[in-house]
Design a protein around this ligand. Structure first.
Ligand SMILES: [Zn+2]
Length: 480
């Protein structure tokens, strides 16, 4: 499939009755390079490694683009101007796959196969350069990142944290494209891209990681290729699946962080539940017209999860394509997601924490809102927590008051009589320290201020209720 040859190369000809498209590429020795006149050149290969890697490239092209046959021959030894240096030929069912496979082979051979050339210049000087790229040997890993490692807060240590990180990006769309771009260029070592869609023409205006020629291909594959082209020092994995509960554990296992860049609440719901269950932080964002939001779900914090914020999250919403969107709106939010991710991974600065960040690009305004865990959230609260539907107040005489161990927090200012049951009494301070593990009834004058106390207590996981209408309700019930 891939071979090296010392003798002059002739363009190949393939003929197969089952192929409808043939593409052949021929690279010849040019008479100039970076402004210098070239007389000729020598190619030297690290043979065994070049053959193995070249073969791998051609096999990958056949598999990835579904072509029937592909070959690549690279000349080595001494060549003159005009000689054929490399020849590639692909046979495929249709021309489009053939072009793509051919382009993939030439790009990957340039990038991966260890072949060097010594150029002979007209002025008599000879110089070794990498076979196909202008100056890749100058682009060491250190050089690639030098502008960001110069920041003392990142430095080589922060860069190393990024290199060791593994991040799953769900959705390679309007949010995913900018997020993936900056995760890759900043040096996140392993990026998994999960997306089950093919690229459509109307995606391009908000998904600038892709090109017109990519239409019809799987976006996860395209994103992984774009990452490889952007940064040779990171690795991207393509997963052409729709993220859901059935594959969540397999995809998230071993990840340090998940970015939900999907455009629908069913997927966000699934990502939220899986990340909470597996204890992996999630950065999630959404947009609507010119507005957007971002938040981080940290299973270790008290800020709660996506479901705490939107209890009816599974309702249907309309996609960007249906509502209409300007491409830069998911662009801004996607970059913000990458910002949050990089800061979490390097540990530099404050992250969003338990705040919901909202931005209005029409008015150029942003604000952040504190979030809190919802007691009884079916996703993130402990199984013993109260259901979200549990009433805040109980009437005197409610059967629930006869079940279990109760304590009373008496907040009445002018109590005319003693509470009729001999429950232990709690102070507000004791309640804030956990309520001694009992159910707590909060009694105030009219049953209003007790509601606030109950809501605050429930946010801390305490099982508390207000007595409806407070002292007034109690006296009425007891006929006093
Ligand atoms: Zn929750």
């Amino acid at each position: 499939m891939f071979s090296l040859q010392r003798e002059p190369l002739e363009p190949m000809t393939m003929a197969r009755p089952d192929a409808g498209g043939y593409v052949s590429f021929v690279g010849r020795v040019r008479n100039h390079h970076v402004g210098k006149a070239v007389d000729g050149l020598d190619y030297e290969a690290f043979d065994a490694m070049a053959l193995a890697e070249g073969d791998k490239v051609v096999r990958e092209a056949i598999e990835r683009f579904g072509v029937l046959e592909a070959r690549c021959i690279h000349r080595i030894g001494s060549l003159n101007v005009g000689d054929v240096a490399i020849a590639i030929e692909v046979a495929a069912g249709h021309r489009r796959e053939a072009f793509r496979a051919c382009e993939f082979i030439i790009d990957e051979v340039k990038r991966r196969v260890p072949i060097w050339k010594r150029e002979r210049y007209a002025d008599g000087v000879e110089e070794w350069v990498h076979a196909w790229s202008a100056a890749p040997e100058a682009l060491t890993e250190e050089a690639y990142y030098q502008a960001q490692t110069r920041l003392p807060e990142v430095g080589l240590e922060g860069q190393d944290r990024l290199r060791r990180a593994r991040v799953l990006v769900i959705g390679a769309g309007g949010l995913g494209c900018p997020a993936i771009t900056y995760l890759a260029s900043c040096g996140v070592g392993t990026i998994l891209v999960a997306d089950h869609d093919v690229l459509e023409g109307d995606n391009l205006h908000r998904q600038p990681l892709f090109r017109v020629a990519d239409i019809g291909r799987m976006k996860a594959d395209l994103a992984a290729e774009a990452v490889a082209a952007l940064n040779p020092y990171v690795r991207a994995e393509s997963h052409t699946v729709r993220f859901d509960a059935s594959n969540a554990e397999r995809l998230i296992a071993g990840c340090d962080l998940v970015l939900d860049c999907s455009d629908n609440l069913a997927t966000k719901d699934a990502a939220n539940a899986a990340c909470v269950a597996l204890g992996v932080p999630l950065v999630v964002a959404g947009i609507h017209r010119m507005e957007g939001w971002v938040l981080s779900v940290d299973p270790k914090s008290e800020g709660g999860c996506l479901r705490c914020l939107w209890p009816t999250a599974s309702q249907e919403t309309r996609s960007c394509a249906e509502v209409g969107v300007l491409g830069f709106v998911p662009g801004v939010l996607g970059v913000f997601m990458a910002t949050e991710a990089i800061k979490r991974l390097t540990g530099w600065g404050d992250t969003l924490g338990d705040r919901l960040w909202l931005v209005d690009l029409l008015r150029m305004e942003a604000q952040s809102v504190q979030r809190a865990k919802e007691p009884g959230c079916p996703v993130c609260s402990s199984p013993a927590s109260l259901a979200a539907s549990e009433p805040i107040a109980l009437k005197w005489g409610d059967p629930a008051l006869a079940v279990g161990d109760w304590a009373l927090l008496d907040l009445r200012n002018d109590a005319q009589f003693e509470f009729p049951l001999d429950w232990p009494r709690l102070s507000e301070n004791e309640l804030s320290q956990g309520g001694s593990g009992r159910r707590v009834l909060v009694l105030c004058d009219r049953g209003i201020s007790s509601v606030d106390v109950v809501l605050k207590a429930r946010r801390r996981g305490i099982h508390a209720w207000s007595l409806e209408h407070g002292d007034i309700g109690l006296r009425r019930a007891l006929g006093r």
